[in-house]
Design a protein around this ligand. Structure first.
Ligand SMILES: Cc1ncc(C[n+]2csc(CCOP(=O)(O)OP(=O)(O)O)c2C)c(N)n1
Length: 176
């Protein structure tokens, strides 16, 4: 057996790591509260929690640069928190208030923030994949180096929309 390589030391300061930990904890606490409110009947419609996946989005957001875009499925609260959207606006949306990101009309699965380059929040499994490709193409046409983070679950991996989008990956720098 080849000798084990020593684990590479991450190039991040203790302060940055603490920041990432705080972001993960914010998502966990937010989602615990959302679950509680849903159980009490105070959140209408669907409410998909991000508990257990906090490190995924916080890690990827740590690599993101200003102007990068993100799009995901209905399991979106963690993504919105991690890209810097105001937790109060997200909670207001969940509870159907006018101060929410979709004025209380979209709910858990349908929130957006142009300012933070967050493009939803989509209820149709895998619908975010071609949308993500379109967002990435918009940057390609503009000729900048921005990337689009497109998230999908294993359940979405066999959807036609993913394979209809796939042939474009090779031609788009954001996916190469
Ligand atoms: C096109 C479509 N088919 C079926 C559904 C019903 N549905 C909602 S969630 C889900 C499972 C998706 O699993 P995955 O993409 O892995 O996401 P996860 O919920 O596990 O995060 C399905 C089949 C849907 N919303 N859209």
């Amino acid at each position: 057996m080849p000798p084990k390589k020593a684990a590479a030391k991450p190039n991040v300061s203790a302060e940055e790591l603490l920041g990432h930990y705080r972001e993960m904890l914010l998502i966990r606490r937010f989602e615990e509260k959302a679950g509680q409110l849903y159980g009490m009947g105070l959140i209408g419609g669907f409410c998909h929690l991000y508990i257990g996946q906090e490190a995924v989005v916080v890690g990827l957001e740590a690599a993101a640069e200003e102007g990068d875009k993100r799009v995901t499925s209905y399991r979106d609260h963690g993504h919105m928190l991690a890209c810097g959207m105001d937790p109060k606006g997200i909670m207001a949306e969940l509870t159907g208030r006018e101060g929410g990101f979709s004025k209380g009309k979209g709910g858990s699965m349908h929130m957006f923030s142009k300012e933070k380059h967050f493009y939803g929040g989509h209820g149709i499994v895998a619908a975010q994949v071609p949308l993500g490709a379109g967002l990435a193409f918009s940057d390609k046409y503009k000729g900048n180096d921005r990337v689009t983070f497109t998230y999908f679950g294993d359940g979405a991996a066999n959807q036609g929309q993913v394979y209809e989008t796939w042939p474009n990956f090779g031609t788009c720098p954001s996916f190469s």
